[in-house]
Structure formats: C-alpha cells, structure tokens
Design a protein around this ligand. Sequence first.
Ligand SMILES: [Mg+2]
Length: 376
Amino acid sequence: MQRYKSIGNFVQQNNKFAPICLLLTMSKEKKQTRISEIGEFGLIDRLTGGITIRNESTVKGVGDDAAVMEYPGKCIVMSTDLLTEGIHFNLMYVPLRHLGYKSVIVNLSDIYAMNAHPKQITVSIAISNKFSVEAVEEIYAGINLACEKYGIDLVGGDTTSSLTGLTICVSVIGEAEKEKLVYRSGAHVGDLLYVSGDLGGAYMGLQLLERENEVFKIDQNMQPRLQGYDYILGRQLKPEARADIVDKFEKMGIKPTSMIDISDGLSSEILHLCKKSGVGCRLFEEKVPMDDQTKMLASEMNINPLVAALNGGEDYELLFTLSSEDSGKVKNDPDFTCLGEITNDAVGAVLVTAAGSQIPLTAQGWNHGDTDRFSN
Ligand SMILES: [Mg+2]
C-alpha cells in the first residue's frame, strides 16, 4: 500500500528532525492484523490505551460519553480540519506517521494564529478495509508525538469504516485570556507586516515528492532522489506549528494587531487580513524570506521561488501586523521578518517588485482545489 515507511527515530527529543531521506526507506511489511479481527472497540482500546493527560483543564478525557474541560475565566477557542486521501494527501509518499503528526499540527497552527494556546484535540477517522490495525496505529503514533511535543491531550474521537480511502478529522480546543486574543480584523494603517520563518519550502517539498513519485510510477526499481533537500521535505511532511512565536510575544510584551497562519500561501493570507481589517498593504518582493533549498529546487525545476512563497501553501508560519511601538521591540530579531506595511484601503494589496513596480496580489491557494475554500 505504501511506498515509503518511516523508521523509529521519526521525532527526536531534541527537536531535530532526522534527515528525511533516511526516514523514507523501503521496508518489509510487518505482521498486519485486520481490523475485523479485533472490532471497533478493540481498535479504540489499542489506540487510546496509553493516553497521558497533561493539562489541568482536562477534567475527563477518553472513556465516557463526552470529554469534560474546565477553563475558569478563560475564552475557549476551537478549530477543525478535515483531511481526505487523494485531495489533501497522497499515501504513495506520505508515511502514515507523518500524516498523523501533520493532521494535528495544521489544527494547532490555527489556534496559535489566534494568539491562544491549544490544549485538547479530538480525532475522528474513516478507514477502508485496506488499512490494518498496525497502519492505524502508525497514524496514532504520529498524533501522539504531536500531542507530546505540544503538550496536548487527546480527549476523544470516533472511528468508522469508509468504502474508499482514508479521512482524518481533527478538532482542537484551546484557551486564551479574552484581551490576548488576536483576530484577522485588527490591522491599522501604519502597522508593519511580519512573518515568522521562511516561505515556499512546503510547496517545493511537495513538488519534489510529486516528481519522484512520477519517476517511480515508470520505473519501480528507481530509488527516490531526495538527497540535499531534507529541509523542504520536512516542511512538507513534518511541519511544525509556531508555539514558540506565541510564547515570544508573551515574553516580549507584544500583542499583534492582527494575525493569521499561512496555510494557503502568503498572497491569500494577506488578502484575508486586508479584507477583514478594511486596509491595504504593500508587500516588498525582496523581503519575502526563502530558504536556500527552496530557491535551489525552484531553479532546478524552473519555478519562480517567489510564486512558491506567494501561492504555494502549508508553510504554517504566522503572518501578523504590529503597531509601530511593538515593531521597535522585534527589530533585528531573526525570528521575525518585516515584509511590508499596512496602507489605506484605496491602495489595495500590492506586491512591490524589486524593480519598483506595483502588482495587485491575487489569491491562488494551490493545494486542495476549490473544495477547501471554507477552511481556516
Ligand atoms: Mg488558519
């Protein structure tokens, strides 16, 4: 079923990601148990047997009709994401453990984008009979790793059968003090626009995996040529959510005026911020941060890396605006790149090229077709 299998050292305690080309190795199938042999309840017992509760707000997790949470004096934030095989992921090159990990991360990212802290998740999956118990356990191994790393409790979910393919739905619950919440709608004229990390890497990582998958379809003896691109493959297969940036805001006494996470590409997210805030924006081409591997592969594949950053997606970085007072606090901080400035609505959202011309930004979220337009 799967071309690649991840090996044991998937996520190391020191936060380093082992080179992806080592992770993506062919492996012999271990014994596979049919789900019908142990039944749905047997499967749930196996998946939830070792759950650790990490948060005080989790009063009751798995094991009753509903989970119970308690957040005295806090606002509760909630988000959900549905991932479908063939639309959002391709199991030819996405290892199940990575898929489980990523399905949690994309949800956490939405909570951090509210300047809030995720605490609990529920996970529901629909699986066809081509998946064994061990395959489902691989997905949960990734889910549990994400929970461990980000201090999240898995408090419930559901499993059901599917006639074709795999669907995973993760919902996340988080908390924040009301006055700390940051919305898309708070950007003001004169604020500066910032992004964490770098952009376009996840998109280029996907292009590489797709390219090698096409080669494999023609010649199944070919080993994938992934060497030298560990970083961008990691960006695609094992993204992280920027909990560290939200913690940094807290430490530095910063509250962004608006914020969004980058799931559909920089252009699309800027347009969301501008529309919700009723402002325009000047984005400077030369400021868009990109990793060397992103540029290297883009050049090898004849793709403009700026297009990968603007219209690619799945970078899960935070895009936010700061008042001029807060901007002063992040000067020279390598975690933050100033990309542009918030302008009057009449200017619109424009890209200022290196040559100085201004091009209107357009939303071309690339990744999941038109079916994903309702997502956050
Ligand atoms: Mg979002």
